[in-house]
Structures are given as C-alpha cells and as structure tokens.
Design a protein around this ligand. Structure first.
Ligand code: NAD
Length: 263
C-alpha cells in the first residue's frame, strides 16, 4: 500500500533575523515546525553559528542577504527567498532601525526621518506587497490563518516618544499597514498581525540601557523586567502557527503591560 506523502513543511521569512529580536523569532518559528529563511543586511559566520545552535533538525535554515531599503533589489531578494525552500507561508517584517541619537523633536533631521521611514515603513510595505503577490500566485491552499504576515512595530506606535519622534511615526504607520494588508489578504486566507514589543534587550536598546535600568528600578512596567528576544519570538510564532482562527489585523503588545494607562 502506498504510504501518504508527509505534509510539506511550512516556510517563514524573518527580516532582520540575524540577531536581536529577529533571532528570537527565528528560533521560535523553527520550534513551531517552520523552515526559516533569514533575511538581513549581512549575516556573518558568528550569526549563522548562533542561529544554528538554536534551530534543531528537522527545521532548516537558509540565509539571504540584502538591503531591504533598496527597493530596486527586491525582485532578486524575493526570488532568492522563494528559491530557498520553494515556498513562503509566513513573512515576518522585523528588520528595523532607530534614531542614531535621541534628541529634541525640533532638531530631527531629514536624513534621520528618511532612514527610519525607508527601513521601518517603506521597505516593509513593498516587501510585503512583493512576497504576497508571490504567495497569491503560488495559490497553495491552506486552512484559514495558515499563511500569515506579521509586522514587528513597537510600543512607540502608540506611546509617544518625542525624543525619537521619527522612529515613533514610522512605527505608527506600520500599525495602519497591518490593518490595510489584513483587509486585502483576508479573502485569500492570509492572516495579518502586528506585534508591538516594549523594552527588549538587544543591540538597539544597548545605547539606552543605563537609563532603562534606572527606570526599571523604579517600577517602569507592570511586569517589571527587560523583555528578551524569545518573548517576542513566542508571540510571533503563536500568531504565525494558525492557532488563532477568525483573527486578523490584531495588534499584540509584548511589553510587560507598558501600554496600560494607569495611575
Ligand atoms: P537590532 O538592531 O538588534 O536588529 C535589527 C535588525 O534589522 C539587524 O539585524 C539589522 O541588520 C536589520 N536591518 C536593519 N536595516 C536593515 C535593512 N535595510 N535591510 C535588512 N536588514 C536590516 O534591533 P532589535 O531590537 O532586534 O529590533 C528588531 C525590530 O523590533 C525592529 O523593527 C525594532 O524597531 C523593533 N523593536 C525593538 C524594540 C527593542 O526594545 N529592542 C522595541 C520595540 C520594537
């Protein structure tokens, strides 16, 4: 008797996946049964080794390098992403930049404004557009919420941060992007979500570590500790797993309760 072919493994793409929060997302998705394409500017041997130790077989890893802000490079990038394992079921838009130095809103430069929007907003929008066109063309029929797009925005999408306003504005736009793509892709069974990390210990927050250590000592967040990349990874993998049918366009804070208005 012919044995039934095994279910094909689902494939996720994680931008900015070489380390930081992206590394936590890669590990969590692999644990949930995804093969993962890690997409980042440059992925050194040390980053590949570190990710390799967190991803156990049968999960497979592939690496695609490229600057997401360079839209002219997107066709080649999307081709390489798709060629890695022959399909894409989940796109995690995690790559991001913040301001080089925090300062007065009245001193924000056009260069810093443009960089934040180029990576955090514009690149995420057009990559999602290109990857989803490819997903629709593939026409792989899966159950409701089995394919997904996850945007990693920030608590600053909703909580004003005047000392890095251009970053906060670029992330607020990502929140609308989440809802727009959710509407567009729902008829195709692709669920879209936004994850809003709070204070997570990575290279991005290292510059402000002393300040936030001080705030945490005074009880900065209801769950009063630094978040870790794994905390965000677990949330993204849960959303991407398809375990939450009849949901799309939702924003999930992973911030220790920082977003709760209280006195
Ligand atoms: P990080 O600086 O450690 O990692 C960002 C990753 O994005 C890096 O690997 C970097 O190489 C990649 N990247 C940047 N520009 C790119 C480009 N043009 N093309 C391709 N890759 C690019 O930062 P992180 O803390 O891990 O942040 C990950 C995401 O989470 C970002 O979108 C960030 O805004 C968001 N976030 C972080 C925090 C936090 O506290 N760390 C809080 C809220 C939101």
């Amino acid at each position: 008797m012919k044995t039934k072919d095994p279910e094909p493994r689902r494939v996720a793409v994680v931008t900015g996946g070489a380390g930081g929060i992206g590394g936590g997302i890669v590990a969590a998705l692999a644990e949930r049964g995804f093969d993962v394409v890690v997409c980042d500017l440059a992925i050194g041997a040390a980053a590949k080794d570190a990710l390799g130790t967190q991803v156990a077989p049968p999960a497979r890893l592939a690496f695609v390098e490229g600057d997401l802000a360079d839209l002219a490079g997107h066709p080649a990038l999307v081709h390489a992403i798709h060629a890695a394992f022959g399909r894409v079921d989940c796109l995690v838009n995690n790559a991001g930049v913040s301001v080089k130095s925090r300062g007065d809103l009245l001193d924000v430069t056009p260069e810093s404004y443009d960089l934040n929007f180029a990576v955090n907003t514009r690149a995420a929008f057009f990559l999602t557009q290109a990857v989803c066109r490819r997903m629709l063309a593939d026409g792989i029929a899966l159950g409701e919420s089995q394919r997904s797009v996850v945007f990693v925005s920030s608590s600053n999408a909703a909580i004003a941060a005047p000392e890095r306003g251009e970053y906060a504005m670029s992330k607020a736009a990502v929140s609308m992007m989440n809802q727009l793509f959710a509407l567009r892709l729902a008829p195709h069974g692709i669920a879209v979500y936004e994850v809003r990390p709070g204070l997570i210990r990575t290279a991005m927050t290292r510059v402000a570590q002393a300040r936030f250590d001080g705030l945490l000592a005074e009880g900065f967040t209801p769950i009063n500790r630094w978040g870790q990349p794994q905390d965000v990874g677990r949330a993204v993998a849960t959303l991407a797993s398809g375990d939450l049918p009849f949901t799309t366009g939702a924003a999930l804070p992973v911030d220790g309760g920082m977003h709760i208005h209280h006195y």
